[in-house]
Design a protein around this ligand. Structure first.
Ligand code: HDE
Length: 750
C-alpha cells in the first residue's frame, strides 16, 4: 500500500535533509514557489522495489576502466532529472506569473516532454507484435556425440529468453490472426549467445531470401490504404502465393489449425533451415531443430479466433504471462532430426537446403537433447520484449550454417534491420542483448555507445596493448567455420532442380490430416479466397489446390461457387503418410487451462467450492461467472455474465439454476443469445454455453437440470458430463487433456 501523510511507512528511509517548504539556506526564504500545492510535496518514499533495481543480466565491463557501468534504471528514493538533480515539482511548469506564459528556461519541462516525444521506436518490419519470457534450458547430453557446444553437455543449465510473435500485424494488432507465429529463442551460453530464430511451422514460403521483401509486401496491408491488418485474407497475398507455387506448402500450414494456436504454450517450434553441427572430433551432421511443447499442440476454432480478437485481442500475451505468474511454467523439449552430412545434402530425395521442405518425423525421429522451462515474466516490456534483437547469425562453437539460400539472406538481414530499429550499431550493449559471457570486441564508438573502453589499440594485431585481446582457439571455444567443400561451377542466379517440387509435401500434409482437420483447412481456404475480389487470383489458387488434392480443390471451389480445375500436374501419392503432422489423438497435461463455472444468484457454494478445489488441484484455473460482480452466495466472482467470454474458457460448467438475472441490463449480446423461449436460462449464459458447444469444448452440468433442458443438453452427448461436483471435475480434467471433443461433429471430408 502506498503510504499517505497520515499513515507513515515504517520502512521508509530517513527524511531528506530539506523538505520542499523548508528554507534551503538558513535565514533565507525557501526556494519553493508559493504556487506549489498538493500533490507535489513529496510523500515519505518507499524503498525501491527489488524489481526496480534494473535487470541483473548485464555483464559488468567497467572493472578494467574503473567506470561505473551498472545499468540500473531506478536508483535513489527521489525524483531527479535525467542528470540526477533532485526535482521539487513535476506537476506544474515554470511560468511568468500564475497566469503567464511558460518559460523556455524550464529545462525539466522540456526534458520531460522531449523525452516522451521520442519514446517510440520503429516496430519490427515483420513479427512486430510479440510476447516474451525468460527461462532456462537444461541439456540432457544426448547431443554431445554430434555437437561440441558446451551448453549441450549433460546437465548444463543455460539462461534463455523467448519471444513469440505474429508475423503480419502491427504492434497493436490482435493475437489470434491467422498467421505463422515466430518462436525466437536466445540461449545466453557461457560461450556467447546462440539464437534459434524459428517459427511454429517447419517450412517457409520462399526458397531464396531475395524474395522476402516481395512476399512481405504482398502479405502485409495494401499499400494504398494500409488495410487489412494482420490478415492473409486479401488479394495481394493470394496473388503472390498463387504466382509463386513454392509458397503453397507453407500456405497450407497457415490454412490448417496451426495458423490459429490455442496458446503460445501449446505451439511447436522449428528452426526451419538445416544446420550443420560439428562434434569434438570435427565430424559434422546436418540437423533440423524442433521444440516440442509438453502441453501438446492445440488450436482454436476459426469462429473462436474471430470472437477472441474482439473479446481479448491480447489473449496469447495474457495467457503466457498469467500462466508463468501462476507458476504453471510452460516447457518445451528441444529435439533434433539428425541426417548425414553428405556431399549433395539430400536425404531420401528431400533437398535439405530447400526451406520449403520438411523431413517427416516418421522418417527421421526427433531426438530430445534438452528441456526449456519459461519461468519469469519480463519486468519491462520495452526494455526486454521490444528491444531484444535476435539474429540467426549468432551462433556458438559447434553450430554452423548451411548453404540454404534463405538462411544465407537472413544472416545479413537481422543485424541490418536492428541498426535502424534500435538506432545505431550498439544495441548489443542493451541489457537484454548483452551476452552472459565476457565481451572483448574491437568495436568502438557509434550512437549510444555505453561502454568506456580502455587501451589505445582497438586493432589486431597490436604491440601497444600487448596484442590484447588475443584471438581464441578450440580450448577457448572459438566459433568454428567448418571447411565445407565449395560447389564448382559459374556464378548463376539459378537454383537447383531439386527445388522445383512445390506440391508433393503439401499433398502429404493434407492427406495426413484427420477428417476434421481437413474440414478446417477447406473452410479456411474458402473464407480467405472469398475475401479476394479478383477472380483471376481465385482461379489461379484453385489451380494450385488441384495440384495438391482433388477433394480439397473441389470442396473449396464449391464454397466459392466456381468450377474445380483439373490439375496441371497430378498430385504425387505419398508412399507413407505422416501422422505426426496432425494435432489430434493424444492427451496432454492440463496445466493453466481455464474453466468457467457459471452460477446464478442462488448458487450452491459447497458444490462450487468442491469444483474449484478439484480443478485447482489438477492445475486447472477455475473462474466463477455470476450475474454480477462482488460476491454471490459467499463466493468471490471473477467474471460476470457480461464480462465473461466463452473463448477464454477451455470448458464450461453450469452449477444450479441460472435464470435471467432480474437486474440484467438489456444488451444486444443478451438478446442475441436468446434461444430459450421458456426463459429458464439467462440469455448471456445460453450464449456462453452455446459457443462452448459449437467450439467443441467440454460442458459440465452440476444440479443444472432446468438449464440442461432449456439448452438442449439434457440428453447428454459428446463431452457433456452431468453429475456431482467431484464427478464432473474428474471427467472434465480428462476431457481437457485431449483439448476438444471434435467427435461432436460429423466431418464433411473423409
Ligand atoms: Fe525473419 N526477420 N526473415 N524469418 N524472423 C525478422 O528481424 C528475414 C525467416 C523470424 O522476435 C526481422 O529483428 C528475412 C524465417 C522471427 O524479434 C528481419 C528472411 C524464419 C523473427 C527478418 C526471413 C524467420 C524474425 C524483423 C528471409 C523462421 C522475430 C525484425 C531470408 C525460421 C524475431 C528483426 C523477434 C524477424 C528478416 C525469414 C523467423 C527483417 C530477410 C525462414 C521469429 O530481419
Amino acid at each position: 500500500m502506498t503510504p499517505t501523510k497520515s499513515q507513515p511507512d515504517k520502512n521508509a528511509p530517513a527524511k531528506p535533509a530539506a523538505k520542499a517548504s523548508e528554507p534551503l539556506i538558513p535565514g533565507r526564504p525557501g526556494a519553493a514557489p508559493e504556487s506549489v500545492s498538493e500533490p507535489t510535496t513529496p510523500a515519505e518514499p518507499l524503498p525501491p522495489k527489488p524489481d526496480q533495481t534494473g535487470p541483473d543480466t548485464r555483464t559488468p565491463t567497467g572493472a578494467e576502466t574503473g567506470a561505473d557501468q551498472t545499468a540500473n534504471a531506478q536508483q535513489g528514493a527521489y525524483l531527479t532529472t535525467a542528470h540526477g538533480a533532485p526535482v521539487r515539482d513535476t506537476d506544474h511548469s515554470l511560468k511568468a506569473g500564475r497566469r503567464g506564459p511558460t518559460l523556455l528556461q524550464d529545462h525539466h519541462l522540456r526534458e520531460k516532454v522531449s523525452h516522451f516525444d521520442h519514446e517510440r521506436i520503429p516496430e519490427r518490419v515483420v513479427h512486430a507484435r510479440g510476447a516474451a519470457a525468460h527461462g532456462t534450458f537444461v541439456a540432457n547430453g544426448a547431443a554431445e556425440s554430434i555437437c561440441v557446444a558446451p551448453f549441450l553437455a549433460k546437465g548444463v543449465e543455460t539462461d534463455t529468453f523467448v519471444r513469440f510473435s505474429t508475423v503480419l500485424g502491427s504492434r497493436g494488432s490482435m493475437d489470434l490472426a491467422r498467421d505463422t507465429r515466430g518462436f525466437a529463442t536466445r540461449f545466453y551460453t557461457s560461450e556467447g549467445n546462440f539464437d534459434l530464430v524459428g517459427n511454429n511451422m517447419p517450412v517457409f514460403f520462399i526458397q531464396d531470401g531475395i524474395k522476402f521483401p516481395d512476399i512481405v509486401h504482398a502479405a502485409k496491408w495494401h499499400h494504398d490504404r494500409e488495410i487489412p491488418q494482420a490478415q492473409s485474407a486479401h488479394d495481394t497475398f493470394w496473388d503472390f502465393v498463387s504466382l509463386h507455387t513454392e509458397t503453397q506448402f507453407h500456405t497450407l500450414w497457415n490454412m490448417s489449425d496451426r495458423g490459429i494456436p490455442r496458446s503460445y504454450r501449446m505451439m511447436e517450434g522449428f528452426g526451419v533451415h538445416t544446420w550443420r553441427l560439428i562434434n569434438s572430433e570435427g565430424k559434422t551432421s546436418l540437423v533440423k531443430f524442433h521444440w516440442k511443447p509438453r502441453l501438446g499442440v492445440h488450436s482454436v476454432t476459426w469462429e473462436e479466433a474471430i470472437i477472441t480478437n474482439g473479446a481479448d485481442p491480447d489473449f496469447h500475451r495474457r495467457d503466457l504471462a498469467d500462466a508463468i505468474e501462476a507458476g504453471a511454467y510452460p516447457q518445451w523439449d528441444l529435439g533434433v532430426q539428425v541426417m548425414p552430412d553428405t556431399e549433395d545434402q539430400m536425404f531420401e530425395g528431400i533437398d535439405l537446403l530447400d526451406p520449403t521442405k520438411l523431413v517427416p518425423e516418421e522418417l527421421v525421429p526427433v531426438q530430445v537433447i534438452g528441456t526449456m522451462t519459461l519461468n519469469r515474466n519480463p519486468v519491462n516490456f520495452f526494455a526486454e520484449t521490444e528491444q531484444v534483437a535476435f539474429n540467426p547469425a549468432n551462433r556458438v562453437q559447434g553450430i554452423d550454417f548451411t548453404n540454404d539460400p534463405l538462411l544465407q539472406a537472413r544472416l545479413f538481414s537481422y543485424l541490418d534491420t536492428q541498426i535502424t530499429r534500435l538506432g545505431g550499431p550498439n544495441w548489443n550493449q542493451l541489457p537484454i542483448n548483452r551476452a552472459h559471457a565476457p565481451i572483448n570486441d574491437l568495436l568502438r564508438d557509434g550512437f549510444h555507445q555505453d561502454a568506456v573502453h580502455g587501451g589505445v589499440a582497438p586493432f589486431h594485431p597490436n604491440t601497444l596493448d600487448a596484442n590484447n585481446p588475443s584471438v581464441a582457439g578450440d580450448e577457448q571455444h572459438a566459433v568454428i567455420d567448418f571447411p565445407a567443400p565449395i560447389a564448382q561451377g559459374t556464378n548463376t542466379r539459378e537454383q537447383s532442380a531439386s527445388f522445383d517440387d512445390h506440391y508433393s509435401q503439401a499433398t502429404l500434409f493434407y492427406r495426413s490430416m484427420t477428417p476434421v482437420e481437413r474440414d478446417h483447412i477447406i473452410a479456411a481456404y474458402t473464407f480467405e479466397l472469398l475475401k479476394c475480389w479478383e477472380e483471376a487470383v481465385r482461379v489461379r489458387q484453385l489451380q494450385c489446390l488441384a495440384n495438391i488434392d482433388a477433394e480439397l480443390c473441389a470442396a473449396v471451389a464449391l464454397g466459392l461457387g466456381m468450377d474445380a480445375p483439373k490439375p496441371t500436374q497430378p498430385p504425387v501419392e505419398p508412399a507413407h503418410l505422416s501422422p505426426s503432422l496432425s494435432q489430434l489423438g493424444q492427451t496432454f497435461p492440463v496445466d493453466g487451462r481455464q474453466v468457467g463455472i457459471v452460477v446464478g444468484e442462488k448458487a450452491d457454494a459447497a458444490s462450487v467450492q468442491a469444483l474449484q478445489g478439484a480443478l485447482s488441484a489438477a492445475g486447472v484455473v477455475p473462474l466463477v461467472v455470476a450475474p454480477h460482480g462482488g460476491k454471490v452466495a459467499g463466493l468471490t466472482v471473477q467474471r460476470t455474465y457480461t464480462t465473461a467470454a466463452s473463448v477464454e474458457f477451455d470448458a464450461v460448467v453450469v452449477v444450479g439454476d441460472v435464470p435471467p438475472a432480474p437486474d440484467a441490463q438489456p444488451t444486444l449480446d443478451a438478446k442475441a443469445g436468446a434461444d430459450d423461449p421458456n426463459g429458464a436460462v439467462d440469455p448471456r449464459v445460453s450464449k456462453i454455453v452455446g459457443e462452448a458447444w459449437r467450439h467443441a469444448k467440454a460442458i459440465g452440468l452440476v444440479d443444472a437440470k432446468a438449464a440442461a433442458q432449456a439448452l438442449n443438453l439434457a440428453d447428454g452427448g459428446v463431452a457433456i458430463v452431468a453429475g456431482d461436483a467431484a464427478t464432473v471435475a474428474n471427467e472434465l480434467v480428462t476431457l481437457l487433456g485431449s483439448h476438444r471433443a471434435w467427435e461432436r461433429f460429423v466431418p464433411v471430408s473423409q
